[in-house]
Design a binder for this molecule. Sequence first.
Ligand SMILES: [Zn+2]
Length: 289
Amino acid sequence: MPSAGLRPLLRHFAVSAIALRHRVLPPTGVPHDEPRVHVLLCHGVEPEEERQFERFLDWLALQYQIVSYSDAVDRLLQNQVDAPYLAITFDDGLASCLTASKVLQRRGLSGCFFVCPEMIEGQPPSHLRDSPDGPMPAYLDWKGIDTLHDRGQEVGSHTMSHPNLAGLGREQLLHELGRSRDIITQRYGDCEHFAWPFGRFADFSQEAARAVFELGYRSCASGVRGCLQPTTDLDPPAVCIYRDNVEMRWPMSHARYFIERSARQPIAADATWPGDWRDALELPMPRSW
Ligand SMILES: [Zn+2]
């Protein structure tokens, strides 16, 4: 087992090798114009990464219509995906979201920033403080989140305190999902979108997924890689938004590799939840908890 310090390095070289092979031997049949909704999961753009982010957006714009997250969700839910659409999201409310929002605003684009009210008002939890990748990053306060909103960006909930939601009881779910939605709604007028921390299905539960929609969120986002294809018999709100994680500190070939890989295998929007979760999500939702 490689040490914690060595692991990111090994991962870097492995993805570089795969991405290089991918460029030297381009796969056939990349569906550049096939209708789909692709959502990216980022964390921030450091000031020195601004040029990289600009180039990345230029590359994305060659093959996608870049739309707001609300637009992407609406198109998926209303079966109005007639072209390749892409939306950009940022998790955790890092201070480096300010650079991202500045670039997006300059281009007339809107991203969605998923934030945790308890982290905005206090300390991030220890699992975000003790990063193996280096010193603790800076997080935005409410003034910083106001700036994102003033720049035309959307604000969504990423829970109150960034816990692992798997195994949490109803009261705790109500606090993490419901209270965060109330606080963000009071501040910005709405909070329609939710993204769960850590992003894997193992970090979530059927109960939590159902609670998201019962509480009135319009969308629920994971960190599972992939892009989505509309289906004619989609029964809202049973959609899990998949997102491809890309970071501007990575070589651009890595981000391109992950995006192109997902684009080749779009997933039907009505098959995004684990099979045994779907029944619970398709039951009629109560008006409120
Ligand atoms: Zn997070």
